[in-house]
Ligand binder design. Structure first.
Ligand SMILES: Nc1ncnc2c1ncn2[C@@H]1O[C@H](COP(=O)(O)OP(=O)(O)OP(=O)(O)O)[C@@H](O)[C@H]1O
Ligand SMILES: [Mg+2]
Length: 330
């Protein structure tokens, strides 16, 4: 019996596959008894694919996202992340994977409200070998790239607007140059104009061949994706391909594939830095005058050179200092 028969599955797994799930079930134990939220879901997402997930309220989308993000484990079924069976990882290893390879964007932003905007964006870097001085620089660059102005960097994250919060959350999701970006209703709490800014970010990320899985109720949002998966009653019921084919637009194996290609920043710059009005459209309404070099900034924000991370392997020693911000000891 193949309930929720694999959609697009059946090929041999390849190293370009970021996500491969097979027969995924998630049953919540509630006072009213077991609640099956996922009932045998199978699909894959290739490197560089932008996949949207749609479906009615209660169909299991967030449940699925929590599992894809390693925030929750399936009741049954297999989840391979970049070829690794997630079930074989310890909680610490999962936390490490979340911290270094997955960028999250949530409907309710999930920022640390008592920490500053800047600190929120720096946090993912605390768990990497990124040198301390560079963390702040990267966070600042990422914030500027999503249109957050300098004057807000030291604001507490509960002292900015909803649209700003989501852009801060996107900066936080990108600052670590993750393998996978997961977004659960990223425009759900935003007015249409602000939602459009957030959408344009995803458009930029798509053009950079980022791997993105995005949940949405909004057809306009979903139309930006390469592929739409439809989920209903805990099952995948349909798939629609909007662009691309096979999802394997990046040929090299995942281990070797770093997003920093020598021509990649140039492509990004071409798309965003040419006419001023187009720049504003793609990179929100931030004032290019705030930046010394918008193209360079965009490059830094989205295409960090991983080699820079190796500058000072002793840096993680100061991790507890960084962590104290999150502990809430003020
Ligand atoms: N922690 C939980 N405990 C028990 N049941 C849950 C839990 N989380 C979700 N559910 C149930 O699982 C089902 C799927 O919920 P889920 O949140 O994944 O839906 P969704 O597709 O994200 O919906 P929405 O579009 O409203 O966000 C629902 O029936 C929901 O009530
Ligand atoms: Mg949900």
């Amino acid at each position: 019996m193949s309930v929720g028969k694999a959609i697009g599955l059946g090929e041999e797994p390849t190293m370009s596959r970021v996500i491969e799930i097979t027969g995924l079930h998630r049953i919540y134990e509630t006072a009213a008894g077991p609640t099956p939220a996922l009932r045998g879901v199978s699909f894959y997402v290739d490197k560089a694919e932008f996949v949207a997930i749609m479906g009615p309220s209660g169909s299991g989308k967030s449940t699925l996202m929590n599992i894809l993000g390693c925030l929750d484990r399936p009741t049954l079924g297999r989840y391979l992340f970049a070829g690794t069976d997630v079930a074989s990882l310890s909680d610490n290893q999962l936390a490490d994977l979340r911290a270094t390879q997955i960028g999250f964007v949530f409907q309710n932003f999930n920022l640390l409200s008592r920490a500053t905007v800047l600190r929120n964006v720096m946090l993912p870097l605390v768990y990497t070998a990124c040198p301390h001085a560079e963390r702040e620089q990267r966070a600042r660059t990422a914030l500027r790239a999503v249109g957050i102005e300098e004057e807000y960097f030291e604001h507490k994250s509960n002292e900015i607007s909803g649209g700003q919060m989501q852009r801060v959350a996107i900066a936080r999701a990108l600052v670590n140059n993750p393998e996978l970006i997961l977004a659960d209703e990223p425009t759900g709490n935003l007015d249409s104009a602000t939602g459009e800014m957030v959408l344009n970010t995803f458009e930029v990320l798509r053009r950079q061949h980022r791997t993105i899985v995005l949940i949405t109720h909004n057809e306009e949002v979903a139309s930006r994706a390469d592929r739409i998966l439809y989920i209903k009653d805990g099952l995948l019921v349909n798939e629609e391909r909007l662009r691309g084919g096979g999802g394997a637009r990046v040929a090299e194996p995942m281990e070797a594939a770093e997003p920093v290609e020598s021509d990649e920043p140039a492509e990004f710059a071409d798309e965003t830095a040419a006419p001023a009005d187009e720049t504003a459209d793609l990179a929100y309404d931030f004032d290019p005058a705030d930046l010394d070099d918008p193209a360079e900034t965009a490059e830094l924000a989205y295409d960090f050179d991983p080699a820079e991370l190796d500058d000072d392997p002793t840096e993680p020693a100061d991790l507890p200092d960084e962590g104290s911000a999150a502990d809430g000891h003020s």
